[in-house]
Design a protein around this ligand. Structure first.
Ligand code: GLC
Length: 604
């Protein structure tokens, strides 16, 4: 340890204040050149959702990071501290063309298999290394308490113990494989009023710790190298300026020695005066600042605060010491340039073995909620009519954070199998409804139908279900500093209101006397009482990713259903704005049926 401290001290001695502030600055790749990296000694870069170089091939990513890396360390006038590059690889290396796309975390919560999560983390790490990057802004350790929240699907669910267990295994496997983890968002993002993204979480310390803080403990013990602070507030105080949560609790009581990083411009919401906002956040204990575009303004503001004596040099040195120590412990100072190390995972990028892990994850994530008329399992000889807007749509299957921030639609940009393609491969007499409406259903031609229904992709606040603007004003939910000018995705948890075409599809087919297996593609539980009633069988498939074949294998009985609800499933009694978890659920956490109709495991 003495050697480490001497190493850190030697660097701090030779760095100017401006260079130290540069190390505390993380910039989005579109708003910086290699020359900027060198001149400002920038500490890190990121790609925001969907921000990709060139042809978005793995090689294009390697070349991009190699240029930034060389600017940081190779030129004679470089400071010489290696630069980090971070991405949101939240369900595989999802920004990059050809990467393996796994189910989103909500489905992994339903599978509740820690070894599977570790396998996914390892595969994801190998694909990140194949693109020459070092840092993954994952896993989310949110405890999703209200399925109005647009980020419910990024969570492992509403059970703090399950979140803690799966989160730890993800971190251990990711970092063992050589990629820095980042647990987020510290803290309480899943507990906001009405499930409003970036909103207000109001809980006394005991409840707050038990539900939202405790799930971080195992990952911190496992040595996660970075923590990302949350946009939400706790009891009226924004986390980005919360000295107790960041310094007293995370750093002092819990002994976290890594980097505490802000979220996307998370600092600016602290105060109308940017200098004051920067001061609050730095003095609260944040070490590195994700300032994607206005990074020069940030550096100037922080330098000004130090020169005015409002931020101490010792606080700057503490932050930079953590940044350098984390880079040292991760091995960045001894690492070859990205162009020399990317070969590590090159042959594993999008490989069959990773696809097999994804397919296994899909099968384990499915939750069977209803199975009557012996609808399931389907049989290979059956004449199956496949309908519904999500039956043949890879983009919808994958959800948000896939090639773009808000996700894709259609099959043109992603590699994988749709649910229709998976069914056709196993049941040659299957037929895809011409316009996906199921209008051609005919008991003389069809033994059974599969209606693939549900949501379209979204991410973050755009996925919030905001019953009405009054909720927005009440929670003070803000995006980019404004009262959420973004058009929210939906106004109701009731699928029949948001997507009436789905209930119509099921009823249209059932009315012809063809039993319907309904398959819900969604980032969260939704109120589907009417759809459940109209269908013979009902499966919650969450956001399964690119392996639609895995869904088909479960429907055709290649395996039994083992998935169990990772959070309560609301019934029609849930009011527009109440916390879905505050009501008697239609199905409790842990609910799930086997093909034989038995309840799986102990119903928690
Ligand atoms: C986003 C998200 C965060 C993500 C970051 C970088 O706003 O809140 O989860 O890691 O920005 O994309």
């Amino acid at each position: 340890m003495q050697q480490e401290e001497a190493f850190l001290a030697s660097w701090l001695e030779r760095m100017t204040l401006r260079q130290k502030i540069g190390q505390m600055t993380m910039v989005e790749r579109l708003h910086v050149t290699p020359a900027d990296v060198k001149e400002n000694a920038l500490g890190a870069l990121l790609s925001g959702g969907g921000s990709h170089p060139g042809d978005n091939s793995a090689q294009a990513w390697v070349e991009m990071n190699d240029r930034f890396w060389q600017a940081a360390v190779a030129d004679e006038d470089s400071l010489g501290v290696p630069i980090l590059f971070g991405v949101d690889a939240v369900h595989g290396h999802n920004n990059v063309q050809g990467a393996t796309i796994f189910p989103h975390n909500i489905g992994l919560g339903a599978a509740d298999d820690a070894q599977l999560v570790a396998d996914i983390a390892r595969a994801t790490a190998r694909e990140i290394l194949a693109t020459g990057l070092e840092w993954n802004f994952a896993p989310v350790l949110a405890v999703a308490e209200n399925c109005h929240w647009g980020r419910t699907y990024e969570s492992f669910g509403s059970d703090p113990q399950r979140v803690a267990k799966l989160g730890r295994r993800y971190v251990e496997a990711l970092q063992e494989e050589g990629v820095m983890g980042c647990v987020k968002h510290w803290v309480g993002d899943g507990g906001t009023k009405h499930g409003m993204d970036q909103g207000e979480t109001t809980l006394d310390w005991r409840a707050f710790e038990t539900t939202h803080v405790a799930p971080y403990y195992p990952a911190l013990e496992a040595g996660v190298l970075t923590v990302m602070v949350s946009f939400n507030s706790w009891n009226g105080e924004k986390c980005h300026g919360h000295r107790f949560l960041i310094t007293e609790l995370l750093k002092e009581r819990l002994g976290f020695a890594g980097i505490v990083v802000s979220d996307w411009d998370g600092v600016k919401y602290l105060d109308e005066d940017y200098g004051a906002a920067v001061r609050k956040s730095v003095n609260a204990g944040l070490d590195m600042f994700m300032v994607p575009e206005r990074w020069r303004e940030f550096m100037d503001a922080l330098e000004g605060q130090v020169r005015q004596g409002r931020v101490s040099v010792s606080r700057i040195d503490e932050a930079v010491r953590r940044i350098l120590r984390t880079k040292l412990r991760y091995g960045l100072f001894d690492s070859p340039r990205p162009a020399r190390r990317a070969g590590v995972g090159a042959d594993s990028f999008g490989c069959q073995a990773h696809g097999d892990i994804a397919r296994r994850a899909v099968k384990k994530s499915l939750v069977l909620l209803k199975n009557e008329q012996s609808a399931l399992p389907l049989a290979p000889h059956q004449r199956i009519l496949v309908a519904g807007k999500n039956a043949h749509n890879l983009g919808h299957q994958c959800g948000g954070w896939t090639l773009s921030w808000q996700g894709e639609s259609g099959n043109g940009s992603l590699d994988g199998t749709t649910i229709w393609e998976g069914i056709r491969a196993l049941a040659p007499r299957a037929e895809l409804s011409a316009d996906l409406s199921g209008a051609e259903a005919d008991p003389k031609r069809h033994d059974v139908a599969v209606a693939v229904i549900g949501e379209k992709p979204y991410a973050e606040g755009l996925g919030d279900i905001r019953p009405g603007d009054e909720v927005l004003v009440e929670t003070g939910s803000r995006v980019n500093g404004l009262l959420n000018p973004l058009e929210p995705y939906a106004k109701s948890l009731k699928l029949a209101q948001t997507h009436p075409e789905d209930l119509a599809c099921i009823r249209r087919i059932a009315a012809k006397g063809v039993p319907v297996v309904a398959l819900l593609i969604s980032g969260r539980p939704l109120v589907v009482d009417e759809e459940l009633e109209a269908a013979a069988a009902f499966v919650a498939a969450w956001l399964p990713g690119a392996q639609g074949q895995g869904v088909a294998e479960a429907l055709l009985g290649k395996c039994d259903f083992t998935g169990r609800l990772p959070l309560p499933w609301p019934g029609s009694g849930v009011g527009a704005a109440e916390r879905a978890s505050g009501h008697e659920p239609l199905f409790p956490v842990g609910y799930g049926l086997s093909l034989a109709g038995a309840k799986i495991g102990s119903q928690k």
